[in-house]
Design a protein around this ligand. Structure first.
Ligand SMILES: *[C@@H]1O[C@H](CO)[C@@H](O)[C@H](O)[C@H]1NC(C)=O
Ligand SMILES: *[C@@H]1O[C@H](CO)[C@@H](O)[C@H](O)[C@H]1NC(C)=O
Ligand SMILES: *[C@@H]1O[C@H](CO)[C@@H](O)[C@H](O)[C@H]1NC(C)=O
Length: 581
């Protein structure tokens, strides 16, 4: 009996001990949940995107050039810090500031992921402190543009969390309290943007009033800025504005477990993806703009250029981020169709000029059945996107298209006396099979055409990233050193012509002669978020921010692909970064 009692008492106390230990463990894990590492997800096999065989260490960093770019970022950051801290953008010539992105400090948020990749920890610490303590995303200055707000602010916030979870940002800068504060900020912003998607079709409203929590039409100043914009009965929206929120919102859903964000953003572009209005001879290309009440196109423009660009960009990137879902298959199919239309219907070879023996390939536009022989700097994202798709979807036949379009973008840079590409340009399509909409009218245009095989339509440069972005994809995918060289040439041109005492400014005319160069007193946040980031990554070791692991948003923010491919490029140089701290 006694024996039994003793042994049962031992059993009971053992049981109690175990229960207490389990209870403590549960309590501990409830309060000390380790940051869910995106690396712990299963690893499906997928095609390698970056070049696999970097010979003789060619994929290593070019340290001198990388440091030059890093110093340019420091110059940009500290000039802004001195004169415009807390405002959206610095005016880099006068030293004033602007608040055109609702006054939440667009520069600070948008540039933060670049600071993280460059390992600029003091600067990043200041930025994170500002975001956590000083920004109130529930109260904007003015109406909110859901497109700009999603790509610049929301994308940066969720990307910071992914970069910290991957230990690219060390825990000493980005601990658990900052992590939860960032997720909270992103949730407040994402939730405040949800009314944008509350339209009869799900297509987003052009603006949201955060006070009334309602979607609104374009405000009057949009028509003042662009008098050619037709006034319509219902708001109408272009594909880029409708289709560039899915990555950011689906990452927010992954981080919060709240599927509403991803769902709303998926429904927002559904009327374009499953459109009844595709024309048979160029399927996948969306007629724009689209009425957000009826879902019907009210314009006849089809292109991969301004206003349409990131819809096509995100078809591919969403198919990679959401790979394995039924929607992803449709996104892949649409992108493939649109890439084929880019090749067969939009790309146009210029007639050779008197002085240029080589003729270059550009991406034009369709207006109804008419070909429009004009391309803008924005469309220079397309070569990089085509190269990404060629690798990710195993379509090597698309590589020559991507490289040829990139060569066209390079040509407009190389033809400029400053070494900087213009905002937009035109050419005479060769072959004569397609009449172009534009002809060179002025003497200047005729001279440029004779000299270079194209003429500038808008001759300014506003620090845009798309050319160097595509160079980044070309370098990481082909490993050909010329892309590093071209990026270095572009970077040196920015240093020479755009640098001011307080930062970097756009130039008014890239065809100006030395001594006649005039600057614009403006620098949008994409200079720091994208242009400098891609330039830096070109000279960084190819293992850092590998395309096999990360998807870059249309604003250059990085999202974890959710699974690491086991291969040479799949390991980030995370540990090295940690040691540097
Ligand atoms: C790599 O280095 C070896 C030995 O130095 C040399 O023979 C070879 O040509 C190099 N390969 C490339 C692709 O540069
Ligand atoms: C939002 O709506 C409220 C109520 O109609 C109005 O008072 C306010 O001015 C609007 N906000 C903006 C920025 O237009
Ligand atoms: C697009 O190109 C294809 C192949 O050349 C052609 O059959 C089709 O008619 C073109 N579509 C348009 C809208 O130009």
């Amino acid at each position: 009996m006694a024996r039994w009692r003793r042994s049962s008492a031992i059993t009971v106390s053992k049981f109690l001990c175990a229960a207490i230990i389990i209870a403590f463990y549960l309590l501990y894990t409830a309060f000390h949940r380790p940051a869910p590492s995106p690396r712990k997800l299963p690893l499906p096999k997928r095609p390698s995107i970056q070049l696999e065989s970097w010979k003789n260490g060619t994929g290593r960093a070019d340290e001198d050039r990388r440091e030059e770019v890093r110093r340019a970022m420091q110059h940009t950051f500290w000039g802004y810090r001195k004169r415009a801290w807390g405002h959206d953008d610095l005016k880099p010539v006068s030293g004033g500031f602007q608040d055109t992105r609702n006054g939440w400090g667009a520069f600070i948020v948008d540039s933060s992921t670049t600071l993280a990749l460059m390992g600029l920890w003091d600067e990043l610490d200041l930025a994170l402190d500002f975001i956590v303590n000083d920004v109130d995303f529930s109260s904007p200055k003015g109406l909110v543009d859901p497109f700009e707000t999603t790509i610049r602010y929301l994308g940066a916030l969720v990307s910071l969390v992914d970069l910290a979870d991957a230990r690219i940002i060390p825990p000493s800068i980005f601990g658990l309290s900052r992590r939860s504060a960032l997720i909270h900020k992103a949730t407040v912003l994402g939730t405040s943007l949800l009314p944008a998607y509350d339209s009869p079709t799900g297509l987003p409203w052009p603006r949201v009033n955060f006070t009334t929590k309602q979607g609104e039409a374009d405000p009057p100043e949009v028509y003042e800025l662009d008098p050619s914009k037709p006034r319509r009965k219902n708001p109408a929206i272009g594909p880029a504005r409708a289709g560039s929120s899915i990555l950011e919102n689906c990452v927010l859903s992954r981080l919060t477990g709240n599927q509403q964000f991803c769902k709303s953003a998926s429904l927002a572009w559904a009327p374009l993806i499953w459109s009844k209005f595709f024309v048979k001879d160029a399927p996948g290309l969306v007629d724009s703009p689209v009425d957000i009440v009826t879902g019907e196109p009210v314009g006849r423009d089809k292109q991969w250029d301004a206003g349409h660009d990131s819809y096509y960009e995100y078809l591919l990137k969403a198919s990679l981020l959401l790979s394995g879902t039924p929607e992803a298959k449709t996104y892949t199919e649409r992108w493939t169709q649109a890439a084929s239309a880019l090749r067969h219907n939009l790309s146009s070879r210029a007639s050779a000029s008197e002085h240029e023996l080589e003729s270059h390939l550009y991406a034009g536009k369709l207006h109804g059945p008419w070909f429009v022989n004009e391309m803008s700097h924005l469309a220079c994202f397309a070569p990089g996107n085509v190269l990404l798709g060629a690798r990710a979807l195993k379509r090597p036949d698309l590589v020559p298209l991507g490289l040829a379009l990139l060569d066209g973008c390079r040509h407009v840079y190389a033809a400029s006396p400053l070494g900087i590409g213009p905002e937009s340009w035109s050419w005479i399509p060769s072959g004569g099979q397609r009449a172009g909409a534009f002809e060179p009218k002025s003497q200047r245009a005729k001279d440029e055409l004779a000299q270079h095989g194209f003429w500038t339509a808008k001759a300014y440069y506003k620090l845009r990233p798309e050319y160097v972005e595509s160079l980044f994809y070309a370098w990481r995918i082909t490993g050909q050193s010329r892309y590093r060289e071209w990026a270095w040439e572009a970077f040196q041109a920015w240093e020479r012509w755009c640098r001011t005492e307080l930062g970097y400014a756009g130039v008014q005319d890239v065809m100006a002669k030395e001594g006649e160069v005039r600057l614009d007193d403006e620098a949008e946040s994409f200079w720091a978020a994208e242009t400098l980031k891609y330039a830096f990554l070109i000279f960084e070791d190819v293992k850092v921010a590998s395309l096999d692991d990360w998807i870059f948003s249309t604003e250059g923010h990085l999202f974890w692909r959710g699974a690491g491919r086991k291969g040479k490029n799949s390991k980030d140089k995370t540990r090295e970064k940690e040691r540097e701290v």
